[in-house]
Design a binder for this molecule. Structure first.
Ligand code: URA
Length: 491
């Protein structure tokens, strides 16, 4: 007799495991179970129409509570991935492996076994899907209702091949910890609100979203596209066409490929003194961005808007956008970093990349709420050197810091912080025009004038670059002590 067993089958290992365990304890042969997934015809949203496995339809196991199924940990790791695969045969395959493992304890090491091969193939495909989701999710900002002040909110739509949302959600939680977001997919959704990560397996509808960040993605993509390094086949493997429809930058690809050869020839002909090849396009892209509503003159919003078009030094040519300070205009504490990094340049916000995470952790250990601080940088554009597909941070020079000081001074005038924290030597130079050794001035309040106190500490990126683990831990502890001192000074 064949048992028919219906599962939701949306990447939940526990759902399959509980049923499989009972079949296994009852000694049910793999071919005696017909595993089925709810499908559209059976009514995806109609739970009543479906016979779910329950305690009455499953085999009865005597003394079930005491019965143990011992499974190698390697199987569980494999099953956690395979269960996310969209192939309806995954349940049968996993049960067959489980059943065989009772007699063949080393089955998973037999690399030529057809079941093992099939499971590893599914594992790999799920891994690839996970990787593509981490690379191709594009968030769109959802405006807050008028008059509402709060964290910025973002929405993204993605179409994974498999049921990977729950598996990949913690990655997005770590990476985009400081913003509220929802990722909707036809295979479930995930959301983060700064406190809890929620995952649903319900299919979502594609939302109608597009905003000016699409234009930023296109600008960024075109700026990292190097026609001289174009390898079409590899590019198509890395960015398969099926993802294009949800990637704002994809519409540029055919044109960039078609024009690559001519561009390379042109690059050879051009003099080093000519502007960068993508300079004009960047300028055009900036001009296309719809003008923001006019902010009241003399306010921080007006200053931010003005800074969007800053071209006082050359850094604006290659950066994606100006990264201006953010935080309450009446903040008591202003934090000044060096310049935006790669991720800040894309997000348009300071300290949201790896250095930002070190900073955020130190703040939360010190009990300081970032939303009460005004966080900014000495230099507002990302300075980098393209290396392959990567953009390697370069320290701004004195001229660039001096040019950008105009903005920082205006921010200080408007916010009027009582305590200004310089993180790193560039911030210290921008604020004081002095090139002191950080060690000589750090970790103590320094009176700037009767209204303001300066506090100097290291830059969090410096901590990330220390190669020796022991020393890094020591320096991190010192940095955290500095931040808690700041918290006490602010209080
Ligand atoms: N480093 C900085 O100095 N500022 C940022 O915003 C990010 C990294």
């Amino acid at each position: 007799m064949t048992e028919t067993c219906f599962l939701d089958g949306r990447g939940d290992l526990a759902e399959w495991r509980d049923v499989a365990r009972r079949f296994l304890l009852a000694g049910t042969e793999p071919k005696a179970i017909d595993w089925r997934v709810k499908n559209e015809e059976q009514g995806l949203f109609d739970g009543a129409a479906i016979s779910r496995p329950n305690s009455t339809s499953l085999p009865v196991v005597a003394n079930e509570a005491c019965a143990q199924v011992s499974v190698p940990p390697a199987f569980m790791r494999l099953a956690e991935a395979v269960i996310c695969h969209s192939d309806p045969g995954r349940f049968t395959l996993l049960y067959r492996l489980l059943f065989r493992l009772r007699q063949e304890r080393h089955l998973l090491a037999v690399k030529s076994d057809a079941d093992v091969v099939a499971a590893h193939r599914m594992h790999k495909s799920v891994g690839r899907d996970y990787h593509k989701m981490t690379a191709f999710v594009r968030f769109k900002e959802m405006p807050l209702p008028t008059g509402v002040v709060g964290r910025r909110r973002f929405l993204a739509w993605f179409e994974p091949d498999h049921f990977i949302v729950a598996r990949v959600a913690p990655f997005f939680q770590r990476r985009f910890n400081d913003m509220d977001w929802i990722i909707a997919t036809p295979r479930g959704s995930a959301s983060w609100d700064g406190e809890s990560l929620r995952v649903s397996t319900e299919p979502a509808q594609k939302p109608d979203i597009s905003d000016e960040t699409d234009e930023l993605w296109r600008t960024y993509y075109a700026s990292i596209f190097n026609p001289a390094r174009l390898k079409v086949k590899m590019m198509m493997t890395e960015m398969p066409k099926k993802y294009w429809k949800n990637l704002p930058e994809a519409e540029l690809i055919p044109g960039l490929i078609a024009g690559a050869e001519a561009k390379v020839l042109d690059m050879g002909r051009k003099q080093a003194s000519e502007p960068l090849p993508f300079h004009h396009r960047l300028q055009e892209a900036a001009a296309r961005v719809p003008a923001a509503p006019v902010a009241e003159a003399g306010t921080i919003d007006a200053l931010r808007e003005e800074a969007r078009h800053c071209s006082c030094c050359d850094l604006h040519c290659r950066a994606t956008q100006t990264v201006f300070g953010e935080g309450p205009v009446d903040a008591q504490v202003m934090i000044v970093g060096e310049q935006p990094g790669d991720q800040e340049d894309l997000a348009g916000r300071p300290f949201v990349g790896p250095a930002g995470r070190v900073f955020d952790e130190a703040l939360s250990l010190a009990g300081l709420d970032r939303r009460r601080l005004y966080v900014t940088n000495a230099v507002k554009h990302f300075k980098y050197e393209p290396r392959g597909k990567r953009r390697i941070h370069q320290r701004p020079n004195m001229g660039e810091v001096q040019q950008c000081r105009w903005w920082l001074t205006r921010e200080i005038d408007l916010v009027k912080p009582k305590l200004i924290v310089a993180m790193g030597a560039t911030a210290l130079f921008s604020l004081t025009d002095r090139k002191d050794r950080l060690e000589d001035v750090r970790s103590r309040p320094i009176v700037m004038d009767e209204a303001r106190t300066l506090f100097v500490t290291v830059h969090p990126s410096y901590l990330l670059r220390i190669p020796d683990e022991g020393r890094r831990a020591e320096e991190l502890a010192r940095f955290r002590e500095d931040i808690s001192l700041i918290s006490r000074l602010a209080a």
